[in-house]
Design a protein around this ligand. Sequence first.
Ligand code: GAR
Length: 197
Amino acid sequence: TKRVAILISGGGSNMVALAQSMCGDHPARPVLVLSNNPQAGGLAKARGLHIPTMAIDHETYGVDRTGFEAALQKALETARPDIICLAGFMRILSPQFMEKWDGRMLNIHPSLLPKYKGLHTHARALEAGDAEHGCTVHEVTAALDDGPILGQARIKVQPDDTPQTLADRLLPLEHALYPAVLARFACGDRTPVILPA
Ligand code: GAR
């Protein structure tokens, strides 16, 4: 089975969805949940699921990314993941860091990429008057929120939507999409998953 490390910064609901999906004859299993934020609510959830956890606080490393990334790299080298899933991980990783994990790192982003890379995706979709919005799982490359798309899920934007209602409606779809992509990816299948099917 493939070893999966999941990187989080916050509540970790996507991490929980991924972890819970890896059961039975699933081709992968979680070996580490790692957070850059020691206060991340997802760490306790991971411990509740009996997954080893680790916090590497980026704030203790100052403005230079090098020290933080070296610590992260060391933790990952020890965990030896075949696949790394970024799940609400809110630190930008340098191209040098990514090089080591090229082709093995996935990310979920709350927009229909290539639209709205970066932050505040729900507000930006509303401001643009988009009729639909969604989320994307993609392979991580050196460029931010770029890389081959492995899956997308879409929702219709309603006239009374706010950034919060969009986020609330999208999150359950993220929880369906990310495990579906991971299950394929762990078998070497990069055919995009499109939801609703
Ligand atoms: C999710 O909506 C995810 O798509 C988003 O953060 C949330 C994390 O929630 N990711 C990004 O914005 C990445 N730039 P979770 O911690 O409950 O999974």
